[in-house]
Write a protein that binds this ligand. Structure first.
Ligand code: GAP
Length: 459
């Protein structure tokens, strides 16, 4: 798979480094492929995305409970989930240039055929496909490679694994949550956290990495009731998250339903939400899978514990079915930037980069400047405003360079409002508030700033 192919992606990658959103990790040691650090503005944006997800899928729902499980869990759990035995991708080596590839991705990119998991078919198709790196058609046999990261732990016999998804801990704590919270079906358990997959090929910036974050909800439903309306409602909620919370253009998104023959035997339906990426077209952002009772039954069997739910009204013990909305946080972050990044001509000679992020997602909500850095009376008032507003909003104090440059810097990181304290402020106790998108400036009374911003942020 090509690394970064498109102009917009190149711009985003260099923007992210230049403005402190995402850095290639450990560059002073030569870096590590597919490893990234979120910088000062990036980590704030990422945290705000997480918070919006948590608000929508957990806090605003009475029937969903949060969880924060460990990265390393008993290995038996990953046997039960099928990850140790079957979490494999097919890899293949070019015998000429020695580059390693994911075999199904090579075939899909060249022919459009999805042969994931079918080694025989992949080995038949490969001889016709040139190596994207050197053009040779000289392949090794395609073979499966397990994607679990293995390590060891003091006091534990045998290998332990870094979790390949957050869902595992949710099933492991199903019984605890049911015993403590006594929920009624349907109910959900949600978790946000890191996941690790030893991917054969990483690339396209933070789209595919070996360490990433997931936001997952396991939604337990009564197997005897109609699941379709609940599935549809969850899928719509996933779309609302992208469109309403992250500001993604709905025209760039689509639903992709996995063909029946590709579904696991226990699954009734899986739909991915995809985004039209600048590299290679529509790519998966998140999925919604009907997983039947596979997980609870497997974990019951492997743990020798009853993972059931007792319904008092009907006096029944049931194994609920599960619907699983699963999101990659780093992909949410990437599409948020791709959607927000714009270059605008502001005059015949000047363009500006502006991140048109939803106001409540921007790393800095309000930037506060004194007109001149060397006038203590202006700096004092600006500092006082900054101290007052920072407990309510994400604020930044900036006195570097001239005001025009400060506006451009704040536009670039998506700051929706800039406040400038000038000499008039000392006379009439008003300041200039400048809007990122329209660049219109208005005078607002200092004493009314908090109310003004609360009003603007509600819209
Ligand atoms: N529990 C279900 C599950 O893990 P998945 O489709 O394998 O399903 C869910 O992963 C989401 O995690 C994907 O839709 C994607 O957004 C994200 N994801 C998966 N592998 C990733 C990787 N290597 N790098 C970044 N994000 C990834």
């Amino acid at each position: 798979m090509p690394e970064v192919t498109n102009d917009l992606m190149e711009k985003i990658v260099s923007f992210c480094k230049r403005r402190g959103f995402v850095f290639p990790a450990g560059e002073i040691y030569g870096g590590l492929s597919g490893a990234y650090s979120y910088g000062p503005y990036g980590v704030t944006l990422k945290n705000k995305i997480k918070q919006k997800w948590w608000d929508r899928f957990v806090s605003r729902r009475d029937e969903v409970y949060g969880l924060d499980g460990p990265i390393i869990l008993p290995s038996r759990l990953w046997e039960a989930s099928g990850h140790i035995g079957g979490f494999n991708d097919a890899m293949v080596d070019c015998k000429k240039c020695r580059k390693r590839w994911r075999a199904d991705h090579l075939v899909e990119e060249a022919t459009g055929q999805d042969l994931e998991g079918d080694l025989e078919a992949l080995n038949k198709a490969l001889p016709e496909i040139p190596c994207p790196s050197c053009g040779a058609k000289n392949w090794s046999e395609a073979r499966f490679f397990n994607m679990m990261f293995k390590t060891e732990m003091n006091g534990v016999e045998g290998a332990v694994y870094l979790r390949p998804e957050t869902a595992g801990a949710i099933f492991a704590e199903f019984k605890n949550v049911v015993d403590v919270m006594r929920p009624k079906l349907p109910f959900g358990i949600a978790q946000i956290g890191k996941a690790f997959r030893n991917e054969i090929i990483v690339g396209n910036f933070i789209f595919r990495t070996r360490e990433f974050e997931q936001m997952e909800l396991e939604y337990f439903i009564d197997s005897e009731k109609d699941w379709q309306p609940i599935f549809d409602a969850l899928l719509e909620e996933q779309e609302h998250f992208f469109i309403d919370d992250l500001g993604i253009d709905s025209k760039k998104m689509r639903r992709y339903e996995h063909p029946k023959e590709k579904l696991s035997h226990y699954s009734r339906k899986t739909i991915d939400l995809e985004y039209d990426m600048p590299f290679g077209g529509f790519k998966e952002l998140c999925g919604l899978a009907h997983r039947g009772d596979f997980d609870l039954k497997q974990h019951s069997e492997f743990s020798n514990q009853k993972l059931e739910y007792f319904e008092a009204t009907t006096n029944r013990h049931v194994t609920p079915h599960v619907l699983e909305p699963s999101f990659g946080l780093d992909r949410c972050f990437l599409v948020t930037l791709l959607s927000a990044y714009q270059e605008e001509n502001v005059s015949e000679t000047e363009t500006r980069v502006v991140l048109k992020l939803p106001a409540d997602l921007a790393p800095v909500t309000i930037a506060i400047f004194p007109l001149l850095k060397n006038k203590p009376e202006l700096v004092g008032v600006a500092r006082e405003i900054y101290e007052n507003l920072r407990s309510k909003f994400s604020c930044e104090f900036d006195d570097n360079g001239n005001v025009g440059k400060r506006y451009r810097r704040q536009d670039e990181i998506g700051t929706p409002f800039c406040v400038t304290v000038d000499f008039d402020s000392l006379e009439d106790e008003t300041v200039t508030v400048r809007d990122r998108d329209t660049m219109v400036q208005e005078r607002i009374k200092i004493s009314e700033l908090e109310k003004y911003f609360l009003g603007r942020l509600k819209k």
